[in-house]
Ligand binder design. Structure first.
Ligand code: ADP
Ligand code: ZN
Length: 298
């Protein structure tokens, strides 16, 4: 009997908890809004306790794919903590530790984007690849993934949304929305930046609105930098903003144009439609990423 995992997709807005083994086998799922750490963690713990009783078997491990910044370093005293988040109440919350102690189970813990990259690699759009990026462009701009088969950690974990990119203030006078950097990539291109710049939520802007050409320009500048620094074999782009279907062709064309033939790979020169792609696992990427983190912790 293959081991059964618990997965937590810990988002800033909602938590999704699930029990299962993979995409074809999600046996139970619950979602609830992210409230205080104590209340939210208790809800998750109650769900897993109840599921173990219903299924009459223990879970093998729990995986948590969480919003950040967080500490994914197992050797650190604050491993498993959400660290410097602006989200009220969650600063220095010991998310993984509380879950591990309450359920007495091993817990895998990483960023939501690293989890999603792992899941896409195992079951989705990055199967067979060892160096891939997963980007999400939603309320924030996050990026993670694998380099040479290893999830990217290093000093802490990548903060790909906060890179600096050229900002032509004649074309775009908007000063940027990042509380730390103003016009970093997240500050120019995540959902709240679109809303502030154009005075309307991104999902209400029509496909022919100039917002999308500018958005694709910023995203392509980001991709150019990631391609030149990390040499990913594929880039997966998800999040609310990327659900605008007109963005993918624009981003692909602008990325190729910026690279200007310099990176001599057929993936970019001939096959860019399969190089810059949407997630294959859709809304399930979060909990599946958490299952993958659970499995890898054993
Ligand atoms: P979260 O980042 O909280 O997990 P989302 O990925 O849905 O959630 O991101 C929410 C942001 O994405 C908001 O700023 C919202 O305006 C924007 N957004 C959501 N849906 C769409 C859409 N269909 N088109 C463009 N922008 C969207
Ligand atoms: Zn920033």
């Amino acid at each position: 009997m293959s081991p059964l995992y618990g997965g937590i997709e810990a988002g800033g807005t909602k938590f999704v908890c699930a029990v299962g083994t993979g995409p074809e086998d999600i046996r139970a799922e619950i979602r609830f809004p992210t409230a205080s750490p104590a209340d939210t963690i208790q809800k998750a713990v109650d769900f897993f306790r109840e599921q173990q009783e219903i299924m009459r078997r223990p879970l093998a491990a729990i995986g948590i794919a969480a919003f950040g910044p967080l500490d994914p370093d197992r050797t650190s005293p604050t491993f498993g903590y959400i660290t410097s988040t602006p989200k009220p109440g969650w600063q220095n919350a010991d998310l993984a530790g509380e879950v591990a102690r309450a359920l007495n189970l091993p817990v895998g813990f990483d960023t939501d984007v690293n989890g999603a990259a792992l899941a896409e690699g195992r079951w989705g759009a990055a199967q067979g690849l060892d160096t891939v990026l997963y980007l999400t462009i939603g309320t924030g701009f996050g990026g993670g993934g694998l380099v040479g088969g290893q999830l990217m950690h290093g000093l802490i974990h990548p903060e790909m949304g906060h890179i600096r990119i050229p900002h032509d203030r004649l074309r775009d006078p908007f000063e940027g929305a990042c509380p730390y950097h103003g016009d970093c990539l997240e500050g120019l291109a995540a959902g709240p930046a679109l809303e502030k710049r154009w005075g309307a939520r991104a999902e209400t802007l029509p496909p022919e609105h100039p917002a999308w050409d500018l958005e694709a320009h910023y995203l392509a500048l980001g991709l150019h930098n990631y391609i030149c620094t990390l040499s990913p074999q594929r880039i997966i782009m998800g999040g609310g903003v990327m659900s605008q279907p007109q963005l993918f062709p624009l981003v692909r064309a602008k990325t190729a144009e910026l690279l200007n033939g310099y990176v001599q790979s057929p993936q970019i020169l001939e096959n860019i439609d399969e190089y810059i792609v949407p997630p294959a696992l859709g809304a399930q990427a979060g909990v599946l990423g958490a299952f993958a983190l659970a499995k890898d912790t054993l």
